[in-house]
Design a protein around this ligand. Structure first.
Ligand code: CUA
Length: 333
């Protein structure tokens, strides 16, 4: 299977209620505003198109050469001040209107103050996955952003700080918010205020290297009580099955721990995704595969077979060791 097929299969399996990433089907305040301004620009462009195309068709029909007419060039007119003014001033005014309307919307989105009930998240782009931190809640996860539904009575928008660990990435979940880049040594900000629970798909939208296409992002929007349960589950220590002891011993004796964290074990690396609650996530490798025991085992055995540029090395383990390691990780609820 090609990488893209894998990604589509993973998303189809993973995001049960997922909709397509369609900016014309917004479910969140800034996305509604972006659709409004998009419709305005499309409307103005459509009127211009109809006028220009209409005049062109009119000219083709009205001034075409008729049978019997001589094949000579019609009279050419140069230097009409009135016509030149018209085609300079009118487009200039159109551009001014588009500029002012767009600026007003951008301003409205960017200047939204953060209300007291907002959820705070920091998203760090990595080649090629998303690190997701909730600093106030003490949660670190990856590739799957969980946020609460917001309602008019008690708004709970999510305010996100965007950073990068390496190169420029771009955060884009079209149904929830506009596209904002993650730039090294700079912090950008984006916010979303979803009104409907569901699973929304996004994708890194800035070419960031070999596996840019397999840098998928899922946003799960929960009803409030469900979100609180998710938070409590993520804050709890990892619940590993004691029967998977040999896999755990392998994990902490191998280089795994220098890149990954599993809270409650000596593993505290930060280069790769936090695995404390690995099995709570729908996909592995940023959407490259579904998070099933079979795919998890295949990933551990040889990551680059699933995602060619993956920075996680194949550890060259025996089949039995891979089995035990996979069994251990599959218990991290
Ligand atoms: Cu990250 Cu493209």
């Amino acid at each position: 299977m090609s990488g893209l097929t894998v990604a589509r299969v993973a998303l189809a399996g993973a995001a049960d209620r997922a909709s397509t990433p369609n900016m014309f089907a917004p479910v969140s305040t800034p996305a509604f505003m972006i659709r409004e301004v998009a419709f305005f620009v499309i409307g103005v462009s459509a009127v211009i198109f109809v006028i220009v195309a209409g005049l062109a068709v009119f000219a083709f029909v009205r001034f075409r050469r008729r049978p019997g007419e001589p094949d000579v060039e019609p009279p050419q007119v140069y230097g009409s001040t009135r016509i030149e003014l018209a085609w300079t001033v009118v487009p200039f005014l159109i551009v001014v209107v588009l500029f002012l309307v767009t600026t007003r919307y951008i301003w409205g989105i960017e200047r939204r103050p953060q209300p007291a009930g907002a959820v705070e998240v920091t998203v760090v782009g990595h080649q090629w996955w998303w690190e997701i931190r909730y600093p106030k809640l003490g949660i670190v996860t990856a590739n799957e952003l969980h946020v609460p539904v917001s309602d008019g009575a008690s708004p709970t928008p999510t305010f996100i700080l965007l950073e990068s660990a390496d190169v420029i990435h771009s955060f884009w979940v079209p149904q929830l918010a506009g596209k904002v880049d993650l730039i090294p040594r700079q912090t950008n900000r984006v916010w979303m205020e979803p009104f409907a629970a569901g699973v929304y798909v996004g994708q890194c939208a800035e070419y960031c290297g070999l596996e840019h296409a397999l840098m998928l992002l899922t946003v799960v929007v929960h009803p409030k009580a469900e979100f609180d349960r998710w938070v409590a589950d993520q804050q709890a220590p990892a619940r590993a099955d004691p029967a998977a002891r040999r896999g755990r011993e392998l994990f902490v004796s191998l280089a795994c721990i220098s890149c990954h964290t599993i809270r409650g074990t000596p593993a505290n690396g930060v280069f790769g995704p936090d695995l404390t609650h690995l099995m709570s996530r729908r996909t592995i490798a940023a959407g490259a595969a579904a998070n099933t025991p079979k795919d998890l085992r295949a990933w551990l055995d040889n990551p680059s077979a699933m995602k060619r540029g993956a920075l996680m090395p194949a550890m060259k383990l025996s089949g039995e060791d891979v089995d035990d390691l996979a069994s251990y990780l599959a218990t991290l609820q």
